[in-house]
Design a protein around this ligand. Structure first.
Ligand code: AMP
Length: 214
């Protein structure tokens, strides 16, 4: 299976990608996690990407497509299925991905769109805290309890700059403008599967598994 996950920031793409990865024993690429790791390592890519990410803007297509070319080559060489979380985010990225897959004679199984209402997205993003060490995500609608640490690794929890209220609004705008048109793009290619992303994580996962082929 080769899947891409579409949905606004906060729609649960990362969480669902982790569940699907386990269930179907696939590889997962989160472009957001990849970039955050580069920022942490202070690599040239990270330093370049950070200025866009902190503002909630998209990293330029040319950079992202270059990253994907390398990753897709690795995935295809491994012969294991894979899920892309956070790519494509623009029409040029989507076109580039389809062209890459065509080169490998490797058809995309589906573009899975996780649909969540704006008011729910804002609530989820503004209560999201991330582990500095392992990037695990937690939700604290009432704010971070004093002394709380990552239950997975004990790391320090922080609120991503782009999860702060002023940036959330901008990220949703960028999503509407640049990424939402991909829903129609993949619909036209008969590759779109849509799922209601409201409700508990397990409930949404069940809905996704029901509609995935095989
Ligand atoms: P995410 O964790 O998927 O919300 O991504 C965090 C940030 O990384 C985004 O707001 C963008 O700045 C950047 N980013 C991640 N994936 C992409 C992509 N495919 N194209 C452009 N920018 C991206």
């Amino acid at each position: 299976m080769r899947l891409i996950l579409l949905g606004a920031p906060g729609s649960g793409k990362g969480t669902q990608a982790d569940i699907l990865k386990e269930k179907y024993e696939m590889e997962k690429l989160s472009t957001g996690d990849l970039l955050r790791n580069e920022v942490k390592a202070r690599s040239d890519l990270g330093l370049n990407a950070q200025s866009y990410m902190d503002k909630g803007a998209l990293v330029p297509d040319k950079i992202m497509i270059g990253i994907l070319e390398k990753k897709v080559a690795q995935f295809e060489a491994s012969g294991i299925g894979y899920i892309l979380d956070g790519f494509p985010r623009t029409e040029p990225q989507a076109e580039a991905l389809l062209a890459m897959l065509e080169n490998y004679n490797a058809p995309l199984t589906a573009a899975l769109y996780i649909e969540v209402a704006d008011n729910v997205l804002i609530k989820r993003l503004s209560s999201r805290w991330t582990c500095k060490a392992c990037l695990a995500i937690y939700n604290y609608p009432e704010g971070l309890p004093a002394g709380e640490k990552c239950t997975a690794c004990g790391g320090e929890l922080y609120q991503r700059d782009d999860d702060k209220p002023e940036t959330i609004k901008y990220r949703l705008q960028v999503y509407q403008e640049k990424t939402a048109p991909l829903i129609q793009f993949f619909q036209n290619k008969k590759l779109l599967l849509s799922v209601n992303g409201c409700g508990e994580v397990e409930e949404v996962a069940k809905r996704i598994i029901e509609i995935l082929p095989g």
